[in-house]
Design a protein around this ligand. Sequence first.
Ligand SMILES: [Zn+2]
Length: 279
Amino acid sequence: MDRRALLKSLVAAPFGAALVGCTTRTTSAPTAAPTSAAASLSSSTVVAHPAALASSHKKTGALRVLCVGAHPDDPECGCGGTLARLSKAGHDVTILYVTRGENESGGRSFNENGKIRTREAETACKILGVAPRFLGMRGGECEITPRWRKTMTAVFDELTPDLVFAQWPLDTNPDHQIAAMLAVQAYLEKSMQNPLYFFEVETGRQTMGFEPHVYVEIGEVLRIKNDAIMAHVSQSPKHMYEVHHEPMERFRAREIGGVAAEAFAMIPGTLSTGFLPGL
Ligand SMILES: [Zn+2]
């Protein structure tokens, strides 16, 4: 099976779940029986999907994965574990930082801060095993314009991602909102049939109204994720992790009975629910 055929079969999976070794929370019966590998991940409240995917990919070619985040540290905090797992499984993962986080400066100039945060992002990506890329907007000045829509679409054209991760758009930080919507616009403009997964950051303080559909266990790569977050030295990463993201990992793990987990929401309509009980 070639890469495109593999993707097609993944998207056709129950609820469109296509993440490696992931679990999908559901309130209705699954439309297909889990494989034996997936069955080992099952619990009474979670439906697991083919964990055998990772070995399939090695035989059939790497998937191209694009993760879009507003600032250096957003993708690492929101889905660094999942990206590390995808990279370890042999897939080509790119993080696209919409800005270099120049505005979160601690008193430094925009340019100086941009340089520092670029270096930190590059180090974090190296730790995760992914490729960094920068869209070119400045932190704190994000805006949706025809020019930036075109720039984002050009990245999608070039990378032709099989899986897209984007920041959840309902967020207290305007840069997060705009980075998310630029990704969504490019995704919809390309009429992509492949899944898009929204990730959360500092839920309750930044991400708002987030209702996940897909969970990924990240216990095996927790050290890698933690090291990647700690690479953002200028952002008080220990505080950022211990106060915000470690509790989120634990809470998401509690929802699926795991050790540490990241959770994702999908665009409504890509889920194959399609009915209400009793109607
Ligand atoms: Zn941010």
